[in-house]
Design a protein around this ligand. Structure first.
Ligand SMILES: Nc1ncnc2c1ncn2[C@@H]1O[C@H](COP(=O)(O)OP(=O)(O)OP(=O)(O)O)[C@@H](O)[C@H]1O
Ligand SMILES: [Mg+2]
Length: 338
């Protein structure tokens, strides 16, 4: 039997696992529900996502990874175990696993994630940095002496890096990503319409009508929530044009961070990037107009990778081909043999 290699992207919003076929095998929202009375985990993943904002008081919904850090280690372990078990099933063979963890994970936390993955049944564990996994998953050839600019916009973090010759030349990570756009919509709807809406509604509104580019066509959606004045349910209509300036602030922070990385990039590589372009990955890359705004603001041709939200996960699975080629710092805290 061939050895089993698994890649897992432990994202703030979504955890995705891929096996050696390099196709997505398990995809779950990174949420866990705990019964406060017993302290036991009751549900993991998609069934919990449906409950967000609707739970009775005895139930707590936990996002073990938030804002680019591991905020609840025990629940992160539960999530890893859940993902692995769905792929390996009752198979006796222990897999090799590459994990992508949030960029600000400390060495102690990295080691704890490795230990948790081993205790969940892995034979060997590797960690990979998010922009590197994103670039591999987007199909970029990192071995060439050419600069590649990758921008991964997830739910909690935006990771920006210039990669060349299997190494990271410049990088940065900011906490302005998908969820901040949702929060901006929540604040706007509250202040303009006196309407309180939940995070899932805000995300839907962002996906359906949100835009950061004045050139995008008009769209409209219904938004339901609770009227702050009367306390009663209320419905309003929200137009795309209203969201433009609301989403501009987080958009500008991302643009500034990308420009900052370009400023710190050596001139030869900058020239390559102008030719090769900027590659966008992560679910946040799908925000209407975001690619246009980045292209206009950086003057670098910008494209969204195919299946942007899956690039990191696919990159983690493909990274096994790179294990011998990657330089230090590429795969850090590397291995643990069981
Ligand atoms: N069509 C869309 N338009 C705008 N935003 C979108 C769209 N589709 C997904 N998103 C956003 O993408 C984000 C999730 O992206 P992704 O799955 O790459 O995050 P993650 O990997 O879990 O997070 P992180 O990388 O920060 O840990 C969410 O904020 C979601 O709202
Ligand atoms: Mg991600």
């Amino acid at each position: 039997m061939a050895s089993l290699d698994i890649g897992i992207d432990l994202g703030t919003c979504t955890a995705i696992a891929t096996d050696s076929t390099r196709s997505v095998v398990v995809r779950e929202p990174s949420v866990v529900a705990v019964d406060n009375r017993t302290g036991k985990v009751t549900e993991i993943g998609s069934r919990v996502y449906e409950m967000i904002g609707r739970t009775p008081s005895y139930m707590q919904v936990i996002r073990p990874l938030s804002e680019g850090v591991i905020s609840n280690f025990a629940m992160t372990e539960v999530l890893i175990r859940h993902m692995l078990r769905q792929i390996t099933g009752s198979q006796l063979l222990k897999p090799r696993v590459t994990l992508c963890v949030p960029s600000e994970t400390t060495n102690v936390e990295s080691q704890a994630v490795i230990d948790a993955t081993v205790s969940a049944g892995a034979r060997k564990v590797y960690l990979i940095e998010e922009p590197v996994a994103a670039a591999i998953g987007a199909g970029l050839d990192l071995s060439k002496p050419e600069g590649n600019l990758i921008v991964d916009i997830g739910g909690g973090t935006c990771d920006i890096a210039v990669l060349s010759l299997n190494g990271i030349v410049t990088k940065t990570s900011i906490k302005t990503a998908g969820r901040l756009f949702d929060e901006a919509i929540i604040r706007f709807v509250r202040s303009k319409y006196n309407l309180l809406i939940g995070e899932r509604t805000a995300e839907r509104v962002k996906i359906e009508v949100g835009s950061v580019y004045e050139g995008s066509s008009e769209a409209i959606t219904d938004v339901k929530g609770r009227d702050l004045m009367t306390g009663l349910p209320k419905k309003i209509s929200l137009r795309r044009s209203e969201t433009l300036w609301v989403l501009r602030e987080p958009m500008d922070l991302i643009l500034r961070a990308v420009a900052g990385v370009l400023e710190r990039t050596p001139p030869e590589l900058s020239a390559d990037i102008r030719t090769n372009g900027l590659v966008l990955t992560g679910g946040g890359a799908r925000l209407t107009g975001l690619a246009q705004v980045l292209e206009r603001g950086t003057r670098v041709p910008t494209r969204i990778a195919q299946h942007p939200e899956e690039c990191v996960a696919i990159g983690t699975a493909r990274s096994f081909d790179y294990l011998d080629k990657l330089y230090d710092g590429f795969v850090h805290t590397s291995t643990h043999t069981h």
